[in-house]
Design a protein around this ligand. Sequence first.
Ligand SMILES: NC(=O)c1ccc[n+]([C@@H]2O[C@H](COP(=O)([O-])OP(=O)(O)OC[C@H]3O[C@@H](n4cnc5c(N)ncnc54)[C@H](OP(=O)(O)O)[C@@H]3O)[C@@H](O)[C@H]2O)c1
Ligand SMILES: *[C@@H]1O[C@H](CO)[C@@H](O)[C@H](O)[C@H]1NC(C)=O
Ligand SMILES: *[C@@H]1O[C@H](CO)[C@@H](O)[C@H](O)[C@H]1NC(C)=O
Length: 322
Amino acid sequence: MMLLLIGSIVVLVGVYMLLVETIFKSSECKSSSDMVGKTVIITGGNTGIGKATACELARRGARVILSCRNKQKAEEAIKDIELETGSTDVVYMQLDLANLKAVRTFAETFLKTESRLDLLINNAGLVGDGRTEDGFGIQFGVNHLGHFLLTCLLLDCLKEAPSSRVITLSSMAHRWGKIDLDALVANKDLGTGRYSWQFFLAYCNSKLCNALFTHELAKRLKGTNVTCYSVHPGVVKTELSRHVSLWQMVFVDPISRLFFLDPKAGAQTTLHCALQEGIEPLSGRYFACCTVQEPCSNATDDAVAKKLWDVSERLCGLSDTS
Ligand SMILES: NC(=O)c1ccc[n+]([C@@H]2O[C@H](COP(=O)([O-])OP(=O)(O)OC[C@H]3O[C@@H](n4cnc5c(N)ncnc54)[C@H](OP(=O)(O)O)[C@@H]3O)[C@@H](O)[C@H]2O)c1
Ligand SMILES: *[C@@H]1O[C@H](CO)[C@@H](O)[C@H](O)[C@H]1NC(C)=O
Ligand SMILES: *[C@@H]1O[C@H](CO)[C@@H](O)[C@H](O)[C@H]1NC(C)=O
């Protein structure tokens, strides 16, 4: 009896340690670079991983533009960040990624009022159900298409900086993603359905888009001083599951308390890609745990990446061949 008990405890501890060393592994950005004189845009910086990232960049002297959809939430976050870091250079600029016209307005305002851009962090994202203002599936629309347009509109400005970077939050969930471009053109969405597992799959598809976008962007940026990276931040306790139904929370909550990273730990890989010197030759690659990793083979498919780019251009009106 005693032996059985000890045996079970050993197994449980073993499983716990295995999980902590794999899916729930944490890492640390070791770079000591500073960001003095540099300007950063971070989307969805009012909470979660984005807020923790903004905080560290502000601490290192960056001018940080929090581009969020909710003014009040953004101003509260700015107060917290300024209190914690002593920075007085964190500003709010309205951006709703679920509205392509609003993305254009944001870019125009930014280009008119700011003099440079050194780092764009496409961080905002959601798991949820519904459509954007323009009728796209909300996850495809916000997680991919809004950021796609934003990046394209800011590219010339990024190219003017001596050395600049674009970081896009993907996820290990991209591994379950699929890209059906015909369905995308027909439904304005990648995956449909109203069950939560269906919009989870749509989330995975959007995160695959994030990795493919980065893969293609790197090619288009060859010969410039702009590089780009996609990131899996780890499994992090944030507000990301806020739209997930109650019964799922009952299961997820205990696991998240035991295993999930806090937002500060969840910001480390983004910070690594933002700050680490010498990673420029790895432009276009996928990072997790502060190192470059292999994404699934679908995320580096040249032909799909190019087609997704072309379709995205058409869907957000950057090219007129429809
Ligand atoms: N947490 C994880 O375990 C995990 C794992 C893998 C990847 N990621 C990725 O990490 C990124 C950050 O997620 P998080 O976990 O920090 O989630 P979060 O706490 O829910 O934060 C998401 C941010 O995105 C913003 N956002 C949502 N819809 C928007 C819109 N239409 N326009 C502008 N901003 C919008 C939110 O603003 P509001 O507060 O106004 O809603 C919020 O600031 C996401 O791209 C996510 O896919 C997270
Ligand atoms: C991605 O991988 C899956 C499984 O390996 C496959 O069924 C799918 O067709 C692939 N391609 C795309 C573009 O998603
Ligand atoms: C990139 O940076 C280098 C060194 O800082 C500079 O000499 C070069 O002109 C830049 N290239 C472009 C395309 O701006």
